[in-house]
Design a binder for this molecule. Structure first.
Ligand SMILES: [Ca+2]
Ligand SMILES: [Ca+2]
Ligand SMILES: [Ca+2]
Length: 163
């Protein structure tokens, strides 16, 4: 399936399932023409294909205006927040709950990513970003739900105080 037919396929799913984010955000005029601005800061649009844990997941890119990214799939690390570990010695129930929440909310869904313009990737090669579901800041949602804490890194473009 080509990229274009894939997009129409996704659009069809969105319309059929009646999810507002799909029907409002993937209108034909929006795809491929979106610009980064104060109201529309996204560099990447894509479908979440795999959730690693509460703050880390993979995105299959459907639209990209970030010239630094030249692959079809990226791993994303949500900016300026931290969810507890789910593996190893520091594993906790909250970490698992956070991972389940992110999986339920994001897996298979279209997300808008404001990718960090300053540093971009962290030391693990993950793209640091704020993730939007429709107009909803998902980084902030994780904090509001008690699944994550703010951890404001100064090497990125984001300031959680403005969320
Ligand atoms: Ca973490
Ligand atoms: Ca950005
Ligand atoms: Ca920051």
């Amino acid at each position: 399936m080509g990229m274009k037919s894939f997009l129409y396929f996704i659009l069809l799913i969105g319309v059929c399932s009646g999810i507002p984010e799909f029907s409002t955000s993937t209108n034909a005029a929006g795809i491929g023409t979106f610009n980064s601005s104060a109201e529309n800061p996204y560099e990447v649009i894509g479908i979440v294909s795999y959730v690693v844990d509460g703050d880390t997941f993979d995105v299959n890119i459907t639209d990209n205006r970030d010239l630094r990214i030249n692959v079809e799939k990226i791993r994303v690390r949500l900016a300026d927040i931290d969810t507890p570990e789910i593996r190893g010695k520091k594993a906790s129930q909250t970490g698992k709950d956070a991972a389940n929440f992110t999986r339920e909310e994001l897996l298979g869904n279209l997300v808008y990513l404001d990718v960090d313009n300053k540093t971009g990737q962290d030391r693990y090669g993950r793209w640091v970003a704020v993730c939007y579901l429709g107009n909803d800041n998902f980084n902030l949602r994780l904090v509001d739900k008690g699944f994550a804490v703010i951890d404001d890194y100064r090497d990125n473009e984001f300031n959680p105080e403005s969320w």
